[in-house]
Ligand binder design. Sequence first.
Ligand code: B12
Ligand code: SF4
Length: 472
Amino acid sequence: MTANRVLLINSNREVNPNPVLPIGMAYVASSLAKNKFTVACADLCFKANWRRYLKDRLNGFKPDFIGLSIRNIDNHDQSKPQLYLDFVKEVICFCQKISPAKIFCGGAALAVMPTRILDYLNLDTGIFGDGEETTPLLLRSGLKDLTLPGLAYKKNEKIYSNPALGIKDLNSIPHHELARWIDIKPYFRQEASYPVQAKRGCPFDCLYCTYPRGEGKGYRFRKTSEIIGEIIDVQEKYHPKTIEFVDSIFNHPPGFAEEICRQLIARKSRANLHTIELNPLYLTDELIGLMEKAGFISCGITCESASEIILKNFKKNYGAADVRQAAGRLKKSAMKKLWIFLFGGPGEDANTVEETLKFTREELGENDVIFFNIGVRIYPGTGIEAIARRAGVIKPETDLLFPTFYVSPLISRSEIEAKIKNEKNDRIVTIKDIRLPYLASLLKLSSLLGLKGPYWSYTPIFNKIRKNLWPG
Ligand code: B12
Ligand code: SF4
């Protein structure tokens, strides 16, 4: 009898700022099913008693293989760092006690530091980068073919990795079909959007970023007709409040996002759309107009800073003038906007912080929500790692698996926090706000009240309520 029963486990239980549907795991599940494996998924996200649930799934399904999907390493929050991998370890130990199945892992976290994570989890095999092609091949070999691309593996107590190649033709893989694998309703009850991926890859090289590592530097596109078909189908079947594009950048290369919008307009799509990954440089009046007509109700502009010095140091391909121009263009748009900034990069000082704060005060629309993050998470192999090492912020022995952050030596974290607090602006959110214990309840309440999303657009109301209930 061939070993072909695979249980994939979504180990991500983070519900802040909102829960995210495990699109990556679902892609792998669909691909395994297409390759004639018998597949089931276990979703730990909302399971209060995850042990009992998982025990039932393991005993009922009796898998030959268990694949753990690991999305996040940590929460990117310097004020309250949380490493999610300890929970993953607990899940692995639990599975090992109950099931004789062989365990392997994969997911977005793996791509960031594959060998270190494998080592930390004490597993023998992990897949990083695209999982759809490598996973069936690896399982057919009984986890023995160690020559496959995108594989991290243990051999003779040492850990190795083979470079990931990436799937050449994304149109050759089946749709993720999330609802086939997990119950998506609890996600919608907490304001989750339905994820759609139009392409993979990012050709840029920003100082701190790991995205191109998981998705590659060259773009790989899905056919626009496929993407539009998926959106229309999902809207008709599941009526999600919002469908979100999860591409590393939505509006690059120029023309692709425009074409998606045009086809959505032509097909009279009724979906409410959202993306958080807009690059200010390619945000033309034409694109904004098309996005509105295509059904975009909201968007996020991850511009990080409005200071020329900081943008240059972050190796961004746009400058402060482009950020201002994008703000001017978006002001005319009815879409709800979330501006995302990252303070503390190389060269940040009181003046550059003030430049960004002044920009948010003077140039953003009066309903725009502003997200400020402080401290750059340092990942191995990034430009910020090299800077941090030279500056002595991290030592040779520092283990970057554990949340480690760079804050410019020219200003302290508490000084930046004080400046943000001074703004007295109800539209500001910080990472501390998205960790509030009652946020999940507020999201459920807004969903019950049928408030139109996205959740962050309620920021001014939440902040006002909070100030009245807990002044100071
Ligand atoms: C879009 C996005 C978001 C959106 C999600 C919107 C949505 N509706 O889903 C938002 C803004 C909400 C978000 C939030 C967060 N995010 Co985010 N996000 C992304 C982004 C850009 C894309 C993720 C995605 O959907 N990819 C598409 C799918 C198809 O790819 P995938 O999940 O990687 O799956 C593939 C492989 O990994 C593999 N695979 C997946 N599962 C499995 C399982 C097995 C067994 C195998 C073999 C393979 C495998 O195969 C899949 C298909 O090829 C990535 C960066 C990137 N470009 O990867 C960061 C990323 C995933 N996020 C990250 C983080 C940290 C977070 C936050 C913790 C940030 C914060 N401070 O709040 C939160 C966590 C939220 C939560 N509840 O979990 C990190 C995670 C790794 C890390 N560094 O810890 C990433 C990688 C970015 C980074 N900095 O490196 N995020
Ligand atoms: S920050 Fe955005 S543009 Fe820069 S490398 Fe990462 S994904 Fe690409």
